[in-house]
Design a protein around this ligand. Structure first.
Ligand code: PA5
Length: 366
């Protein structure tokens, strides 16, 4: 067999023009820098009744990671808003964490406007754009994070501040300690999955090779819900491949029936099961039975065994493996992982309807 492209540094360089691989390799460093930067956060609000993270795509996933991480730690409900407006219940006692790498995303700006009008408590995390321009003028607290990188590569800068906001408000404990463990583990995971590690010793490269030309389906459970979602988003944006994600045990109540008569369609998919040495017995049984069912239908099955002790270390190290896999899959498919031509086209074309400008106009009037 020919050496896969990701074992050829010159070929990687030629294809990965946006250098997406370097963001994976530098994960630990980026999370460390984000943690340093987040020390600047000053957030002085009374305890909210609920928290809403407003963000789309690469800027929204941090909200899901936060929600899953905090699920067993905080009394305050957390929701991720991917709409143009806040849900009806949002009001003065709602904390809205606005997350946008560019600060120019129309759904996020529109939700921010809605939050201002409803007098919610607001904290923004962004590199700039219309969002920070307005936040600065209206004295809405914010953290300015580095720009110039693809939003999905900015995850450390967009996610860590959300964690820190929660901790600084006294709503969840342990984030700092868990982050310290996560950073150490990320050092190891990035080394183990680095481009210089040959395919046979490199889990992400092997997984990418195994996925091959098939569409990856990612199954998580518990706090790996958002991790599975991140995998799917990275397969879409980096590898340019259709992908889907689901979560146990919900998938046992619908998804599995979809494989029943999949026939040849089943051969188009690779299923990746996120496994954890501590998965609860009831989930363990469900995963084992589901694997058998899918295997019988001809779906390729792969397992990813997670590492780490704390939930955050487990989540972020698994995210990192997914990021690497999606980039290696892109290289195998002969595509540059960085450009997201279709998203850019859509955003450009949407400008014609004038909605974003209208929102910016409304913000200017406040
Ligand atoms: O990865 C991407 O480029 C997208 O998913 C963006 O994150 C999304 O369009 C939102 O843009 P922003 O992150 O600038 O708010």
């Amino acid at each position: 067999m020919n050496r896969p492209i990701f074992d050829e540094p010159e070929k990687i360089k030629a294809l990965d023009r946006g250098n997406m691989l370097s963001f994976c390799v530098n994960s630990a460093k980026l999370y460390g820098e984000a943690a340093q930067l987040a020390k600047k956060i000053q957030i002085n609000y009374p305890e909210p009744d609920n928290i809403i993270v407003a963000g789309m795509g690469g800027s929204g996933i941090g909200g899901d990671l936060l929600k899953d991480w905090a699920r067993t730690k905080t009394d305050v409900p957390i929701e991720v808003n991917r709409e143009y407006h806040l849900p009806k219940y949002a009001g003065k006692k709602t904390l809205v964490l606005v997350s946008s790498a560019s600060g120019d995303t129309e759904e996020t700006l529109s939700t921010y406007l809605d939050a201002l009008r409803r007098k919610c408590m607001i904290y923004c995390v962004s590199s700039g754009g219309a969002l920070l321009e307005n936040a600065e003028r209206l004295n809405v607290p914010y953290l300015r994070v580095p720009g110039g990188m693809p939003p999905r590569a900015s995850l450390p800068y967009l996610f860590v501040p959300l964690l820190v906001c929660l901790e600084k408000l006294g709503l969840a404990k342990g984030a700092q300690d868990e982050l310290t463990e996560a950073l150490k583990l990320l050092e190891k995971v990035t080394g183990d999955n680095a481009p210089q590690k040959s395919t046979k010793d490199n889990f992400s490269k092997t997984l990418a090779l195994n996925i091959g030309q098939k569409a990856p389906v990612v199954y998580g459970y518990g706090f790996y819900r958002s991790v599975a979602m991140r995998f799917k988003q990275q397969f879409n944006e980096n590898s340019k491949v259709p992908s889907k994600w689901e979560v146990f045990s919900e998938l046992n109540h619908n998804e599995i029936v979809g494989w029943e008569r999949a026939g040849d369609l089943a051969k188009c998919f690779s299923a990746i099961f996120i496994r954890d040495a501590d998965e609860p017995m009831e989930i363990h049984s469900r995963i084992e039975i589901t694997k058998e069912l899918l295997e019988q239908e001809g779906v390729d099955i792969f397992e990813l065994q997670t590492q780490g002790n704390s939930p955050l270390a487990r989540m972020l190290s698994t995210v990192c493996i997914g990021d690497f896999t999606s980039v290696y899959l892109a290289l195998l498919r002969g595509v540059d992982p960085t450009p997201v031509k279709t998203i850019n086209y859509l955003k450009e074309t949407l400008k014609q309807n004038g909605f974003r400008e209208k929102v910016i106009g409304e913000l200017a009037k406040l």
